[in-house]
Design a protein around this ligand. Structure first.
Ligand code: APR
Length: 238
């Protein structure tokens, strides 16, 4: 039996890493749909195909965020007004929080974000293979496969934002509203005053140290958003 398994593996046309990426993505997608019945209109095979076409056969440093438009349009996702949680430099604490409370949702609690979370992938020019190692890192080039995905997915998440929106920012660093972050460069710029009532910043601080709601970067944030949007900020000890 073990010989048979090894044999079929050798015969498989794609590399083991691409097979395992496809399996990881489809397994995660199906697990998500099982847990979130409102997502059951999604087809995980279709999602994989739309995902794959964004980067297979392309230079991994030359995948613009628009390459993921077909993927974003394939995913069926209900907007969740009043419950969206944006975050910056607070990945762990924001997700620990949404895991315990069903009410708030981060991008990584939605189908695409959940499926791609923590994965690395890329293609190569003149190749139909998918790689999970040797891919450019986040800052190696601007239009890298993974970064462009998160930029596009974050744009879609922010486009859908409605009602009262919350952002969890890091009060232990010098610039909680970092001008180079995805939150600042993509998400805040897409907030639409016609759909969003308010932005509440939750500034996670260590007891009596770090930045406060008076921080200059948070004043920059306030200036960035439409004045029709209500803004408030609250420092919350970790
Ligand atoms: N190198 C590697 N990974 C990075 C880097 C980097 N220099 N910068 C960002 N990332 C990836 C990491 O996975 C990191 O955990 O992006 C994640 C978020 O980066 P942050 O700087 O902490 O936050 P931000 O850029 O604001 O992105 C978070 O965007 O993903 C959406 O909706 C989500 O609101 C959230 C925001």
């Amino acid at each position: 039996i073990s010989l048979g398994v090894a044999h079929s593996h050798v015969l498989s046309s794609s590399s083991p890493s691409s097979e395992s990426l496809k399996k990881t993505i489809i397994d995660r997608c199906e697990a998500f749909i099982q847990k979130n019945k409102s997502s059951s209109a999604n087809n995980c095979q279709k999602i994989w195909s739309a995902f794959e076409q964004a980067f297979v056969g392309r230079d991994p440093c030359n995948v613009p965020m628009e390459a993921y438009d077909p993927l974003i349009h394939t995913v069926i996702q209900d907007p969740v007004c009043n419950r969206m949680l944006f975050w910056s430099k607070t990945k762990k604490i924001a997700h620990d929080f949404t895991e315990k409370r069903d009410c708030f949702l981060t991008l990584e609690d939605t189908l695409v974000g959940f499926v791609m979370n923590e994965l690395t992938w890329c293609g190569k020019e003149e190749s139909n293979e998918t790689f999970t190692t040797g891919c450019p890192g986040w800052t190696d080039c601007v239009n890298n496969t993974v970064r462009s995905f998160w930029n596009r997915a974050s744009a879609a998440f922010a486009d859908a934002a409605c009602g009262d929106v919350t952002a969890m920012l890091n009060g232990s660093i010098a610039t909680p509203f970092s001008p180079t972050s995805v939150f600042a460069t993509i998400e805040v710029k897409r907030f639409k005053a016609a759909k969003i009532k308010s932005l509440s910043v939750v500034l996670v601080t260590k007891e009596n140290e770090g930045t406060t709601c008076d921080d200059p970067s948070l004043q920059d944030l306030q200036k960035e958003i439409d004045p029709k949007l209500k803004y408030n900020c609250k420092a919350v000890p970790e």
